[in-house]
Design a binder for this molecule. Structure first.
Ligand code: BTN
Length: 331
């Protein structure tokens, strides 16, 4: 459908005011930005309904979220200018917000952190449950160079960055379960959901959503998940504050993705393999219909799992499959 000049003007005007408000929000850690400020932008822009999901489902932030954002910026130090961070009290899903309405590209890495998610998304269409104050839930929008190939192994690279950050925080025995679960002594400490944005002529970009259990409530039940753990348990001590944990993770993500952008997953594959929880162990790859049995023979340069089966070596792409241990779990 042809778009009129006046519509284009309105789109540009909307983008300018949207960016300006978003910038103010980020610069102020959302302090004092109320629903009213967002609505003022909307009132001026009849086109807003195109973007409604982003703004309407983010609840105005609390002072404590703004304190966290300020603490994070100071902990990031020199790296702070590389990131644009929104820390909100609550939203449905930080991934959903980023996917539905990615912030305009401004050269920085956009991060959305929520103290609470009301509809957290997990892999394979599952729910991701988290508890306020007990979990760190955030999404990072990563943009690639124009013309860059599909980011093979990206979610494994993200898992590796998270594993390294946890090691830096003092967690021992961190392991990775393909494609990107982070385990400690066989229990799941964190999960990652990577969603690619539709390119629509733009450079490729991915939303990397991370959910990390800080401390699990004693009565926490997670359907379908046996063996979950929290950072407090893994450290056998009170974990650092959420901004301190996040600053360490963002630092590692930044460092690893610098390497990934230049050399891709092959440069990180060895480090991933060192932490492979199921290396050489019997596993089942569970898909929609079929289950494949074999031995985990590591991953290839694209991040595909190599499964040694009776009929030879199979490459398994992450998509809609899960890896399950058979006899014997991770050490
Ligand atoms: C999984 O193990 O199934 C992946 C879980 C990913 C959860 C995180 S929490 C932050 C981000 N927002 C979401 O809705 N999901 C991811």
């Amino acid at each position: 459908m042809p778009v009129s000049t006046s519509t284009c003007r309105r789109v540009r005007a909307f983008r300018r005011s949207y960016s300006a408000v978003r910038q103010r929000v980020c610069d102020r850690g959302r302090v004092g930005v109320t629903g009213g400020a967002w609505r003022a932008v909307l009132a001026d822009n009849a086109l807003f309904d195109l973007h409604l999901p982003l703004l309407s489902s983010i609840t105005p932030s609390t002072p404590s979220a703004s304190v966290s954002a300020t603490e994070l910026a100071s902990l990031l130090g020199a790296l702070a200018h590389e990131f644009s961070i929104e820390w909100v009290d609550s939203c449905d899903s930080t991934n959903a917000r980023m996917v539905d309405a990615p912030p305009p590209a401004d050269g920085r890495v956009h991060v959305l952190v929520a103290d609470r998610q009301t509809a957290g998304r997990g892999r394979r269409g599952r729910q991701w449950l988290s508890w306020q104050g007990a979990s760190l839930t955030f999404s990072v929008l990563w943009r690639f160079e124009p013309g860059a190939p599909a980011p093979a192994g990206l979610s494994l690279a993200a898992g590796l960055a998270l594993a390294r950050a946890l090691e830096q925080l003092g967690v021992q025995g961190v392991q990775l379960k393909w494609p990107n679960d982070v385990l400690v002594h066989g229990d799941k400490l964190a999960g990652i959901l990577v969603e690619l944005l539709p390119t629509r002529g733009r450079p490729p970009a991915a939303v990397i959503g991370i959910g990390l259990n800080l401390r699990l409530p004693a009565d926490a039940t997670i359907p379908g998940q046996t063996g979950v753990t929290g950072l407090a348990h893994a450290l056998e001590a009170a974990p650092p504050s959420p901004p301190a944990v996040l600053a360490t993770i963002l630092g590692e993500l930044h460092r690893l993705f610098d390497t990934y952008a230049v050399a891709g997953f092959p440069a990180l594959r060895g480090a991933w393999e060192q932490r492979n929880a199921f290396a050489g162990l019997p596993v089942a790859i569970v898909g929609e219909g079929a289950t494949q049995l074999g031995t985990c023979a590591g991953v290839d340069d694209d991040g595909a799992l190599l499964l040694r089966t009776d009929s030879g070596l199979q490459r398994i792409l992450a998509g809609d499959v899960s890896l399950r241990p058979l006899a014997g779990g991770p050490p």
